[in-house]
Design a protein around this ligand. Structure first.
Ligand SMILES: *[C@@H]1O[C@H](CO)[C@@H](O)[C@H](O)[C@H]1NC(C)=O
Ligand SMILES: *[C@@H]1O[C@H](CO)[C@@H](O)[C@H](O)[C@H]1NC(C)=O
Ligand SMILES: *[C@@H]1O[C@H](CO)[C@@H](O)[C@H](O)[C@H]1NC(C)=O
Ligand SMILES: *[C@@H]1O[C@H](CO)[C@@H](O)[C@H](O)[C@H]1NC(C)=O
Ligand SMILES: *[C@@H]1O[C@H](CO)[C@@H](O)[C@H](O)[C@H]1NC(C)=O
Ligand SMILES: *[C@@H]1O[C@H](CO)[C@@H](O)[C@H](O)[C@H]1NC(C)=O
Ligand SMILES: *[C@@H]1O[C@H](CO)[C@@H](O)[C@H](O)[C@H]1NC(C)=O
Ligand SMILES: [Cu+2]
Length: 369
């Protein structure tokens, strides 16, 4: 079912180069997942599964270009044959993506690159869906998001607490993930996730006070809050970015409240596992979530002509040094600019920050509805 095209990376790069140079005359349309019909949902899921089962890209490298914190490479080379490999490799680069100027451009490039691979390799027709989780904020646990158990088109529900929160229904039931060790996909509703997050590292703990530790994650991503983020900080990308990318924020809350693989928690069977955002892209929801983050950026860009082209931010996380952290809210020098390469470890063809600033300019070619 995954053999739409005999894929070669050479061909992929060649096609990509053509696409980069093309005009955006016929943009694909990104729609909220729940507005897709059954066939459209099934097509997206099928292409994600094909991508996950595809062979390793032998060209991948971990150069650590923006690396400050030396997270280990615990699982390299240990994953079994049929697992979520494309998704797996992504953790190598995530640690320098959050809370740097890369946050918005990287994720925009990343979702696009995954979409492009699904299109080129598996015949996905394009138009990446997004997850508007503001719809789910008032009652996240019981919301419609978690109610579709169709085995081809449904994202499934919460994991079973008696089975380590492994998802039992929908098209991703038993979806095999490689890291931190082989396990079926898991989701674990976690209403107040921040205490555990702070406890995971003394460096992170220093940024949390008692109020933050007890915050309900769903209190950060209501529709009115996201509307305020979109309307706020015109032309000031640093402070706009901080609204969804701070310690307690809409972006992190959606990861954390979903728990399991979207939150990088460790399966019960995994020994010596350090939880963290390097595992977040294990979950296919990661890409629907980040397509939404990309929409929030897009909506903000569209409100003000200066916002549309604004870029700012550093390349290095500065968590260890609170003075530095306060001085560089989207992180420390060397500073990034629109000519900076997006960091991709040869995972996909590269791009610069400027390439992804405008999602109808040619390199990217899509609109949101
Ligand atoms: C999410 O959905 C709500 C409710 O339909 C809507 O008001 C809001 O504009 C949507 N948010 C985004 C960023 O599209
Ligand atoms: C968050 O979720 C809880 C549990 O569903 C609910 O009681 C509460 O009202 C929600 N809070 C907000 C701000 O939506
Ligand atoms: C905790 O920190 C938040 C965010 O900086 C702040 O709004 C809040 O007032 C602080 N609460 C306490 C009890 O210090
Ligand atoms: C865009 O933002 C700038 C900076 O805040 C402001 O001066 C300008 O009036 C805004 N333009 C519009 C059309 O709102
Ligand atoms: C922390 O950052 C400040 C401001 O750049 C610098 O003066 C100080 O030396 C740094 N401290 C450490 C321990 O690196
Ligand atoms: C962008 O950053 C690079 C690397 O720091 C630098 O060499 C280049 O001059 C900068 N470009 C602009 C337009 O500021
Ligand atoms: C984005 O690209 C499109 C297509 O080239 C162009 O019409 C539009 O003006 C660009 N937007 C900005 C803010 O540069
Ligand atoms: Cu994320």
């Amino acid at each position: 079912m995954c053999s739409v095209s005999t894929f070669s990376y050479l061909l992929f790069y060649a096609l990509f180069t053509v696409l980069i140079n093309a005009q955006c005359t016929n943009p694909t349309v990104r729609r909220e997942w729940r507005t897709l019909d059954r066939d459209e949902r099934a097509a997206w899921i099928s292409a994600v599964k094909c991508l996950a089962a595809s062979p390793n890209n032998p060209d991948l490298v971990a150069t650590g270009r923006y690396l400050l914190h030396p997270y280990g490479l615990e699982c390299e080379g240990e994953f079994p044959a049929v697992v979520s490999k494309i998704l797996f490799y992504l953790w190598k680069i995530l640690y320098q993506i959050h809370q740097t100027g890369m946050f918005l451009p990287f994720h925009r490039w990343f979702v696009h690159s995954v979409e492009q691979a699904m299109v080129e390799k598996y015949g996905f027709s394009g138009g990446f869906p997004y997850w508007n989780w503001t719809i789910d904020a008032p009652d996240f646990y019981k919301s419609s998001w978690w109610q579709d158990s169709d085995t081809e088109s449904g994202l499934g529900g919460w994991g079973d607490p008696d089975k380590d929160y492994e998802v039992q229904d929908g098209a991703f039931a038993g979806f095999a993930l490689a890291n931190p060790s082989y396990h079926p996909m898991r989701y674990q509703y976690t209403a107040q996730p921040f205490a555990a997050f702070a406890a995971s590292s003394p460096t992170i703990a220093q940024f949390f006070n008692s109020t933050m530790l007890e915050t309900y994650a769903n209190s950060t991503f209501h529709a009115d809050q996201i509307a305020a983020i979109i309307a706020g900080n015109p032309s000031d990308l640093v402070n706009f970015q901080l609204s969804p990318d701070n310690w307690i924020c809409a972006h992190g809350s959606v990861h954390a409240i979903t728990g399991g693989d979207l939150a990088g928690t460790c399966p019960a069977t995994t020994e010596d596992c350090i939880p963290g955002n390097k595992w977040w892209p294990n979950s296919p929801l990661f890409f629907l979530h980040h397509a939404m983050i990309g929409k929030i950026w897009s909506d903000w860009q569209n409100l003000n002509e200066t916002s549309a082209t604004a870029f700012a931010g550093g390349s290095v996380q500065a968590f260890d040094n609170t003075t530095y952290f306060a001085e560089y809210p989207t992180r420390a020098p060397p500073m990034l600019n629109t000519s900076s390469d997006i960091y991709m470890d040869n995972m996909f063809p590269g791009a610069t920050i400027g390439d992804v600033s405008n999602h109808t300019a040619g390199y990217l070619c899509y609109v949101y509805e």
